[in-house]
Design a protein around this ligand. Sequence first.
Ligand SMILES: Cc1cc2nc3c(=O)[nH]c(=O)nc-3n(C[C@H](O)[C@H](O)[C@H](O)COP(=O)(O)O)c2cc1C
Ligand code: SF4
Length: 422
Amino acid sequence: METVLTTHFADDGYRRIDTYRSFGGYDALRKSLSMTPEAIIDEVKKANLRGRGGAGFPAGVKWGFLPKDLSRPRVLVINADEGEPGTFKDRVIMSRGPHLLIEGIAIAAFALRVHISYIYIRGEFVREARILDEAVAEAYAAGFLGKNILGSGFDLDLTVHRGAGAYICGEETSLINSLEGKRGWPRLKPPFPASVGAFGLPTIVNNVETLADVPWIVTNGGEKFAAIGVEKNGGTRLIGVSGAVNRPGVYELPAGTNLKEIIYTHAGGIRDGKALKAVIPGGSSTPVLRPDEIDVSYDIESMAKIGTMAGSGGVIVIPEGTCMVRALSTLMNFYSHESCGQCTPCREGTGWLKKIVGRIEAGKGRAGDVELILDVCDNMMGRTICPLADAAAMPAQSFIWKFREEFDRHIGEQKCPYGNRF
Ligand SMILES: Cc1cc2nc3c(=O)[nH]c(=O)nc-3n(C[C@H](O)[C@H](O)[C@H](O)COP(=O)(O)O)c2cc1C
Ligand code: SF4
């Protein structure tokens, strides 16, 4: 199978610039500098490269939203916050192939006529931040960053900026606020960052994996990248499989690999010979699937057709014997804790979901609680500044739609049928 990102990740030296270059690293940047910015953007469009941060927006189209006016500087921000529970693939790129990311950033910056860029990295990623710092210093020393890159006249500065570890700072406008030194609160859109972003300047925010794909696209051409995946969703994806599987980890697979195959073939099937109970397919905010729904192509469109999302590529596998009410309770604690509190439907809604699901699990559920949860979710969806409220409501709704009997049993028996105690 053709790999785009992980080909040399097993080689420990690959994080150093000499080894990276010995495998042809930075040749794509050299090639890009001889192309026109428009030609690079065209290749990315042809590649059907969809954003890997969760929403899946086509990267080339997003890049086209920057204003044509070049009188104001523009900014490229790389989202390395990776806060979605179940998602742990960007840290693999940063720790095993940091130059892949830096080269992708330099190419994208040249294509977007950007001279200022930041990697916004999650505070907890101490080791990855250190590796990135070293790699950025190497890239400056070798002339791939800084002034007059490879004699082309193109300048680019890249700064690694460490966040303080808040999930909401992964949302792009919140990330921009945090980068500016303000509280990490999402902004109302419009204006979108492409017109008013970091420091009031036109800004593109892209995920780590999205940009790390760019050197391969420039080297091999957009069409070849598109051909690896499926229609409208090109290339490979790094898929992080966690939970009750025999071989949890990050797998690079073509977009559109069958989800069942991801779990049973690549991740080795369910641990301890147990049966599968449920799968959260694309990070903890994506609607849960029952075992009879996982024979599906893992790509953006196919997942949307069955009412869920490939999201950020984090597949969470839940085995038989797991209490789905407790699982939802854990998720609701998380979203309630991470709500920034600006919007009433989210601040209050996530708090209510935490409280109601928590009391059902604790054997204190009341008749009508399940309907109340669904009602709270209805009042959250699509009514807030950012999608965090939806990110909490979607799992709550789907857990109830698909595992309603467990909620009813908890309330009817006034205890957890699995023997869980608080
Ligand atoms: C609450 C919340 C958290 C998010 N966290 C991340 C994150 O950690 N990393 C990321 O790349 N995108 C995250 N996103 C999506 C970003 O807002 C944005 O869509 C993405 O960085 C764009 O990059 P892409 O187009 O390359 O995917 C988050 C969105 C929301 C609503
Ligand atoms: S939806 Fe929630 S997290 Fe997003 S801005 Fe509103 S309160 Fe903050």
